[in-house]
Each structure stands twice: as C-alpha cells, then as structure tokens.
Ligand binder design. Structure first.
Ligand code: URP
Ligand code: ZN
Ligand code: ZN
Length: 503
C-alpha cells in the first residue's frame, strides 16, 4: 500500500497494552491502515521518526464548555480547539446548552453549529445541557436529534439556580434516555444545602473567594451523588457523574459498580493536582482566588487527592476530562463579576477553570513514562483508557476515536523521548484565549511533541499549531456503550416483577 504517513520507531500504547518498540503505523486517507514492520514508503509518504518515544491515541476530551452564554469572556471554538491540539487532544465533546426559556432544542443546536462550523482545529461533537426538559423535547426532539445529528448524551444539573432540575425532572430524563439508549451525565451537588450555607456566609459577611469552597462542602457532593445513583438505579439506566472531587462520593460510585450498576464517574485535572489553598488571596491581589473558583470546589485535604488517585488507578473513574470552563480573570463579564463595588462576593464569581491544553501532559506525567515504577500513579494503558478510549466508547465514538488500530481515525500524540519534553506550565505557553492558567508554575515531565489528527500534523512543538481552523469535523456519534456493570438490575430489596406494576 502507498501510505500517506508512516510513524516509525515509537512505542505504541493502547487501552490494553504497550506494544514492543519498533512497530510502525501506516496511515492512508486519514485512517490507520495497518500496524507492522518495515512498511514501504514512496516519494509522497511522510515519515515521522518518534525516536523511541511513546505514541498514544489523540486525546478525547468529553467535557468542554466553549462559547456558552454563561461564560461570554473565555474561549470560543477557534481558541479552545487550538489549545486542545497544542495539548494533545484531537476530539472534544462540548455542550450545546439549553437556556431555561428555550422550548425547543433545534434553535439551540443551530446556534452551536453556527458558533463552531469551520472554527475548529480538532474534531468535535455536542452533548445537550437540558434545563427545560419538556415532554415535547424528551419524546419528540431527542429521538430525532440522536438519529439525525448524532447527539446521544445529555448533561443535567442538580445545582445552580439557573440550571438545576428537581428529582422528578431527572427521572423523566433518565427514562427518556433509557428508551433511546442515550447516556446521561449529571452534575451532582445538593442545591439546598449549598443555598443554605451561602445565605449564612453572606449574612456573616464571609464573602471572599475562598468561602466558595466552604459553601460547597463534600457532603453536598456526597449526598447528591448517592441520590443521583439511586435515581439511575430506579430507572435502570446508565449514568456518568461528572467532575467528581470527593472520595466519599466516589466511594458511592465504587459501591454501585460492585453491585454491577452501570454507573460511571469522571474526574478532572484540578481535582487531582490542586487544593483549596489556591482559592486564598495572593498578597498583592485580594481577589485572585477567583481564578480557582469551580464547582465542585477544590477540596481542602491532600487525603482527598490520594483517594481520587486511587480511583484513577483502580478503575473506578471511567473518564478524565478537562471541564474546560473558561471565564477570564480581568475581563468585564468574567471572574470580576464577583467583585461588587470592590468587595468580593464569591457567589457571583462565574464558575470554572481552563484546562483543555494541560489535561494530557499533567496525567501523562504520572505514568511510568515519566516516573520511576514505584512512583507512577497509573499505568500507560490506563492513561489511554481515561484520556481517549473510554470517553470514545462511552459517548458513541468507538471504532473511530480513542485507539491505535486499523480502521480508527489516525489521531495520535507523539511524546518526547525520555526527559526531553519536561517543561513548566505557564500562561505564556498556552494557546487558549484566556488570561491565566490555574496550573501556573507546575512542572510537567513531558509535553506532546506532535499531535496528529486524521493523519495530519496539527501541532509540532517546534513549529506550533500547524492545523487549520476548518480542518476539525463535526462528529455524529452513535449510541454510547456501558463500560461498568449492566442494565437489567432490580433496585435493592425489590421483588422480581415489582417494576411491572407501575412501568
Ligand atoms: O465550575 C464548573 N465546573 N463550571 C463549569 C460548569 C459545570 O458545572 O460543569
Ligand atoms: Zn458541572
Ligand atoms: Zn462542566
């Protein structure tokens, strides 16, 4: 075969194994054609020598906010997707977000297509955020949108005044998604616990950014996560709890998985690497903690980090996503909304952190590629599972994205050999349209040397972003697959046929 591209002299990593050094990857027409040795090249074949470095699948970041109305000052598709490829991510699944007064999803989708079409450096799809789940939307629109547009997942919120749904609405959506085979993602924090604490903090004039972490304690995440799992158990349908930060809440997931319930969990770089001390003011800027305001908040105790790392290693977490949710620090309408007449009001700070570019290098740095075996926090195949293979499978991209095998899109990250890629994260290196990175000053042991999307080099660390904005394609996704447990379970304590009396 006359290959367009051959990757040679690398160590290929998949979700199940690290292949022996020396195997080559042949690419034709944007797809992986074969893996072999001594692949023939012609005058038109591009050959990339990995020089002994690891080659992993291009990252799939399945939790990304771009150009949403509630974050008008951060990244849109152009800068967000540019930042993605510079950090080794070739596919993003971002949100098309319904506003409360939207009575149809069609205009919502049209709007997000308009914002992203010909604007993306990487491939992309959408999840819907549902905030007004009318019967028309659930029964008539979702089936058509899943079939025609390939939008096969939704995100729900149990918190935030403008977005939260009550348990009955969550159940209605779970049953609708079950009947369609769609995947439900849920932001699990107890709205009422948080609202009560915010009232008290404001009454006592405790309104600095740091009090955001006090207002959203672990127990609010623990309770809501358990409740969300129970709702999914009643409906007997798969669910993924997004951006988990509490080890107790993750324990509920582990328990559910042990009972073979189809419950999945996601965590994010900031919950693994940062603690709530980051939300405290820097000496020269009493509001600087706002840069680290996200929900759930960064937790207080290094033991929280340890617990989450354990769930990274032991398989409890299904996906590791950025939750890239950008609001600029200095811009009007950004984080400074939380500075009212010069006085910090944490409850008015837009939530979320940027992290689309730093996600892959931060986690890769904890694998045996960068750490002595006894210090590594996860294996290389587990890195691939969390950053590419699992999100692709869970969200209906299996066979196309997330692996290095014949027939898959030729999406790769080629890392630096040995210690050559070590660097320090800083805002000046980032490709996002943001004015800070929450990981400023952190050292990483490697950085993508090349990012390749459908056979084209879109990032070369020496030359910068090489891809074109129009190259990113919209992905119509299939139905997702269950990665943990199975459906068909009866809720605990039920008799065999109890559901049929009411369903
Ligand atoms: O703080 C966060 N995570 N903001 C983004 C919106 C969300 O809840 O995912
Ligand atoms: Zn959320
Ligand atoms: Zn989010």
């Amino acid at each position: 075969m006359d290959f367009d591209l051959i990757l040679k002299n690398g160590i290929i990593v998949t979700a199940s194994e690290v292949l022996p050094q020396g195997l080559e990857v042949g690419v034709k027409g944007g797809k992986i054609a074969c893996i072999g040795t001594d692949l023939p090249s012609s005058s038109h074949t591009e050959v990339i020598d990995a020089e002994g470095a690891y080659i992993t699948p291009g990252g799939v970041d399945s939790h990304v906010h771009l150009a949403q109305k509630n974050s008008p000052t951060g990244d849109g598709w152009e800068s967000g997707s540019r930042s993605a490829v510079a950090g080794g991510t070739t596919t993003i699944i971002a949100f098309a977000s319904q506003e409360r007064d939207d009575t149809s999803l069609y205009p919502v989708l049209e709007d997000y297509h308009a914002k992203s079409k010909d604007q993306s450096y990487c491939d992309y799809g959408f999840h819907f955020i549902l905030t007004n789940p009318t019967q028309d939307i659930l029964r008539k629109e979702l089936p058509v949108l899943a079939e025609k547009e390939g939008i096969t997942s939704v995100k729900l919120y149990m918190t935030y005044e403008a977005m939260k749904l009550n348990d009955r609405q969550v159940l209605d959506i779970l049953f609708a998604c079950k009947s369609l085979g769609m995947t439900t993602m849920i932001h699990a924090e107890s709205h009422d616990m948080i609202a009560l604490i915010i009232e008290g903090l404001e009454k006592n004039k405790n309104t600095d950014p740091y009090f955001h972490a006090v207002a959203r304690p672990r127990i609010a995440e623990d309770e809501a996560s358990y409740r969300a799992i129970s709702l999914a158990e009643l409906a007997d349908t798969p669910m993924l709890i997004v951006h988990m930060s509490s080890d107790v809440a993750v324990g509920h997931v582990r328990d559910a998985q042990t009972r073979l319930l189809p419950i999945h969990a996601e965590t994010c770089p900031h919950y693994l690497f940062l603690l709530s001390e980051k939300i405290k003011a820097e000496p020269h800027d009493h509001f600087s903690g706002a840069k680290h305001v996200c929900s759930p908040p960064l937790r207080h105790d290094p033991k929280d980090l340890d617990g989450l790392w354990q769930s990274i290693a032991n398989g409890t977490f299904t996906t590791f996503s950025s939750d890239h949710a950008p609001s600029k620090y200095e811009a009007v309408g950004g984080k400074r909304l939380g500075l009212v007449d010069g006085i910090p009001r944490f409850s008015k700070i837009p939530n979320g952190l940027p992290g689309i570019e730093t996600r892959m290098p931060l986690l890769f740095g904890q694998t045996p590629a960068c750490q002595p075996a006894d210090k590594a926090k996860l294996s290389l195949p587990r890195f691939v599972q969390l950053t590419a293979f699992n999100p692709a499978k869970l969200y209906g991209l299996e066979g196309r994205k997330g692996s290095i095998a014949p027939g898959y899109d030729a999406d790769f990250v080629i890392w630096h050999p040995g210690a050559a890629g070590a660097c320090t994260i800083s805002q000046s290196r980032m490709h996002h349209d943001m004015d800070y990175t929450p990981f400023e000053g952190m050292k990483v042991k490697n950085w993508p040397r090349y990012t390749i999307l459908r056979g084209k080099v879109v990032w070369d660390q020496k030359a910068g972003v090489l891809g074109e904005m129009r190259y990113g394609q919209y992905l119509k996704r299939g139905m997702g697959q269950v990665l943990h447990g199975k459906t068909g379970n009866l809720p605990r304590g039920w008799k065999e046929d109890e559901r049929r009396y009411w369903l």
